[in-house]
Design a protein around this ligand. Structure first.
Ligand code: ZN
Length: 245
């Protein structure tokens, strides 16, 4: 004796509701706008890190130039001091030599002053480069903190969805156990097909397919109606499994 319809295949419609709920839950997680935001933040961090590296390289370059200038000043100081020691050592020199000494010393002092001026400019550039690097560094930390916060929001939704999916899977398994394997296989096959919108089963009501709305020829309908309750019946047009009402 065939099983009453309500206790056999109609649970397939409940399974389908669960499958829709699972798809919706997964979509809720997959389409979180925060995921795009995370990608953008990650790109911004990459860009800022490159800017920071450039600012730090600039700082190093200025330091190197500053060192070279410092060495030149030290050299000039030594030369000035040595010339003065020589000049005032008590050695007698004539007016021309004295004048030459003064000219040379003035030239050295002039060079030194020019270099020191350059050093001042470099110090200003150095400060600017340091400020720039510090600002970028602070930006990176800010972006990172935002990323961590957004990430934790995404993880929370993922955990919620995972729990929901687990619950759905349990219910689905309980319902599927009561159905013939071939029915479940046919349902899964049809709903996975292109253009089926995940709908593998529908009701057959008043001779029409609940999904594609085709009106079945009355001969076909009569044949279907008389099949055993757990028989696999499919819409001749869209191939969806049909549950008789
Ligand atoms: Zn159909």
């Amino acid at each position: 004796m065939p099983l009453p319809i309500s206790s056999s295949l109609s649970s397939l419609l409940e399974i389908q509701e669960l499958d829709f709920a699972a798809t919706a839950a997964q979509k809720r997680s997959d389409s979180l706008p925060e995921r795009n935001l995370l990608i953008k933040l990650s790109a911004r961090i990459t860009r800022s890190r490159a800017e920071l590296a450039a600012a730090q390289a600039e700082q190093k370059q200025i330091e190197k130039e500053e060192e070279a200038l410092g060495a030149s000043v030290a050299e000039l100081n030594s030369a000035i001091e040595a010339a003065d020691v020589e000049r005032y050592s008590g050695k007698r020199i004539d007016r021309d030599e004295a004048s030459e000494h003064d000219t040379e010393q003035a030239k050295r002092r002039g060079e030194k002053a020019a270099i020191e001026e350059k050093e001042m400019e470099l110090l200003e550039s150095m400060e600017a480069a340091e400020d720039k690097a510090a600002k970028i560094d602070a930006e990176i930390k800010e972006i990172h903190a935002e990323g961590v916060s957004v990430q934790s929001g995404v993880r929370a939704v993922e955990a919620e969805v995972a729990a929901e999916l687990e619950e759905i899977a349990k219910k689905r398994m309980a319902l599927a156990t009561g159905l013939p394997g071939e029915i479940m296989a046919a349902y899964d096959r049809v709903r996975a097909q292109k253009g089926k919108a995940g709908r593998g089963v529908t009701s057959l009501s008043e001779g029409s397919c609940g999904a594609c709305s085709i009106k079945l020829p009355s001969l076909e309908f009569t044949r279907m109606r008389d099949e055993p309750a757990d028989a696999l019946i499919q819409c001749p047009q869209c191939r969806r499994l049909l549950i008789r009402e």
